[in-house]
Write a protein that binds this ligand. Structure first.
Ligand SMILES: Cc1cc2nc3c(=O)[nH]c(=O)nc-3n(C[C@H](O)[C@H](O)[C@H](O)COP(=O)(O)OP(=O)(O)OC[C@H]3O[C@@H](n4cnc5c(N)ncnc54)[C@H](O)[C@@H]3O)c2cc1C
Length: 361
């Protein structure tokens, strides 16, 4: 194959979709079924205003704009909604930090306002009166993760992407460096691919795949646990930094960041803390039934920033792994397709290069 993508989550599928939009027909291989990784156990906020101010915040905004103006019109049905986002000020003394954040984000073109308790209540009357305020941005929103990945796959497949599910990559070898020979041999439990370009988009599993080529990709899993309630009448219009009401009326909320290796079990202590925070923020949840809980593993790069681009010293080998894969999916798909096809990207993403860890190694 010309381009082999390992990983059929939101990142691998966005890259496949954007490649097919430009006439390339990649193959995607995944050890499980679509959304069996982190992309199926997520919150999927398309979130901008509390991202690290500067380049990372700007990229999140560009990606949110790609949803709004390019991807959502191109892929009807993904349920991207720009609800506006509220980051609640729950602790003592958070107002000062919020002011600093607002100044920094405004300097980079991100719309952000500081709300006191009354303005917050005007936007969301059901929130607890004890909440001191919030930062607000009209540029935040969310997407339906299942519909997004379904639609990306549908379009990618229609335009020639091949999918191989339940096929696990076991080993990768660099076969040769010529332009005509296939550079990579990718051994799976069902055979061998020979690929000219290889994209590792395998979320938390990317490090062990890159390890076959001795490329350091330091990513660790960070667990998050989520609760979902029974459907309610509309009670919440905006996306809060840890809660939202979905279009079917269910409230989805969670905030935990836990070091738990690859354990995707829910735990009683975190679920009760999550429920307590939910009640504190939205008192009408008292007596409402929780109908489902799940846990997911965020792929967290060592320095928190995306790892994106071709690996120096390994022509044809690309890596795409990050937390906030939903927020960044359209941007990552666009720039990775550019790198693969044009050899350069329209946005300078050199600071996200995998080379930063090679140097450290
Ligand atoms: C609780 C929680 C909340 C989150 N909230 C948000 C949010 O609000 N906004 C946001 O933008 N992001 C959020 N994220 C992060 C986001 O979900 C991830 O960044 C994104 O899903 C990563 O997608 P991916 O395609 O890189 O990984 P995955 O979806 O994990 O896909 C990787 C795929 O690679 C496959 N694979 C692995 N090893 C192999 C192998 N050897 N052979 C073949 N296939 C292999 C796996 O089967 C898997 O399907 C959240 C995550 C969690 C857990």
């Amino acid at each position: 194959v010309d381009v082999l993508i390992v990983g059929g989550g939101v990142v691998g599928n966005s890259i496949a979709f954007h490649l097919t939009e430009r006439g390339v027909r990649p193959t995607v291989v995944d050890k499980g079924f679509p959304l069996s990784g982190t992309s199926g156990s997520t919150q999927a906020w398309i979130w901008v205003h509390t991202k690290t101010p500067g380049f990372y915040g700007e990229l999140s905004l560009i990606s949110a704009d790609l949803y709004q103006y390019t991807l959502a019109p191109r892929l009807p049905g993904i349920e991207y909604t720009r609800t506006g986002g509220l980051a609640l000020l729950l602790g003592e003394g958070e107002m000062e930090g919020a002011r600093t954040l607002a100044d920094a984000q405004r300097a980079h073109g991100i719309e952000i306002e500081l709300l006191g308790p009354d303005e917050l209540r005007r936007l969301e009357p059901n929130l607890s009166p004890s909440i001191a305020g919030a930062t607000f941005s009209p540029q935040d929103g969310n997407v339906n993760p299942f519909q997004l990945v379904r639609r990306l796959m549908e379009e990618a497949r229609r335009q020639g992407t091949s999918y191989r599910f339940y096929e696990r990559v076991l080993a990768i070898r660099e076969a040769g460096r010529g332009r005509t020979t296939r550079r990579f041999e990718v051994h799976t439990d069902r055979g061998v691919f020979r690929a000219q370009h290889l994209v590792l988009a395998a979320g938390i599993w990317t490090p062990e795949l890159a390890d076959h080529l001795s490329v350091p990709i330091p990513v660790r899993p960070v667990r998050g646990q989520i609760l979902i309630t029974e459907p309610l009448r509309p009670v919440l219009g905006h996306t809060l930094n840890f809660m939202r009401q979905m279009s079917n009326g269910e409230i989805l909320f969670g905030y935990s960041h836990e070091e738990a290796d690859r354990d995707r079990q829910n735990t009683g202590d975190i679920l009760s803390k999550t429920a307590a925070r939910g009640l504190h923020v939205l008192p009408l949840l008292r007596g409402v039934r929780v109908v489902r809980a799940f846990a997911g593993l965020r792929p967290m790069p060592a320095d928190g920033l995306p790892i994106l681009g071709e690996v120096p010293g390994h022509p044809g080998l690309f890596v795409a792994v990050m937390h906030s894969g939903y927020t960044l999916a359209p941007l990552v798909g666009t720039v990775m397709a550019e790198l693969l096809i044009d050899g350069k990207s329209s946005i300078p993403i050199g600071s996200f290069s995998p080379s930063r860890f090679q140097a450290a190694d």
